[in-house]
Design a protein around this ligand. Sequence first.
Ligand SMILES: *Cc1c(COP(=O)(O)O)cnc(C)c1O
Length: 400
Amino acid sequence: MEPIYLDNNATTRMDPEVLDAMLPYFSTQFGNASSAHHFGIEVGGALKLARRQLQSLVGAAFDHEIIYTSGGTESDNTAILSALETRSERNEIVTTTVEHPAILALVGHLERSRDIKVHYIKVDPQGRLDIEGYRRALGPKTVLASVMWANNETGTIFPVAELAELAHDAGALFHTDAVQAVGKIPIDLKATAIDMLSLSGHKLHGPKGIGALYVRKGTEFKPLIRGGHQERGRRGGTENVPAIVGLGKASELAAASLSEELTRVRDLRDRLEFGILEQIGHCFVTGDIENRLSNTSNIAFEYIDGEAILLHMNRAGIAASSGAACTSGSMEPSHVLRAMGVPFEALHGAIRFSLSRNNSDREVSTVLEALPGIFTKLRALSPLWRDRKQGQDLGMRDYV
Ligand SMILES: *Cc1c(COP(=O)(O)O)cnc(C)c1O
């Protein structure tokens, strides 16, 4: 059996059309876009087209609002550090407890190493942001608010257009990590007050190691990487031409398949989710079901270890992921699920299923046939499950 890939929020398979678009730029089209001769001019034209394709996907008003980077992580770092440098009279950052490590690791470092205060806005058990708390945290000292558009673990979508307006009311900049949102939901930046937005190629069927930071025209900006005049002096280094061309093609394809994402992919996800809830029991969906990416389903299974589930699914040829991260040899439950207050007995059993336009109805059927057997077997082996059945109070909630 062909393995079934349900881990598209970790990375996606590059579209074959993207590869085809990239190939000439690894061989005959090797010029440097900055060169004034034939070789450079053709490559320059390809970069221009790619920039337009991406501009159109995110609804940017101008193509020069796009700055290419090495990926989502660099875009996130660039946005925050630029804001701090341009607004040095302010020293507070507002963000959330559920951001990607590309944000949290940086702001944590800034908090420890500089005179910078970070406000971490909480989420409720459904993963919804505490908007009142956000409003209160904004003030005359806020440099920037950075709130993700969609959460990578649960798919929960935050109301970033509204959050951007609130940030502006406080005189602060607004950045959003939209790595999971771009290509999955319609985005029209020119209709919002968002100042900066991060995206990444490999999350939308494009290549790895390429991303972009949107910076609204007129927003003051300081580069993270200084060097040549590439990207209008905002990001030095010879352009990664094949990857930029690939991201352009991936953007064009994402725009064309957006409606499929919102219909066929959603139906597949829903069928998978309902099937699991119905057949397996003692599990629940985490995140804001009303405002969620159409490809993502994060399900917490009680009294069972997520790593064991993944291992058995992997043996059955099914790839998904758990929210847990391995830190110093032990499994740390996901910071996102902890922030939502998911109870202890389910925290370690959360599995993220993330689909894409590459998945088929047949694959979902295969998964739904394979999973019940896996869970029956694992629960039979689980001391937590046996204890639950004996009706013992494990007192585990205190542990959270
Ligand atoms: C994957 C991801 C990133 C990191 O992007 P890279 O291109 O892998 O650096 C940042 N934020 C979110 C929400 C992501 O899902």
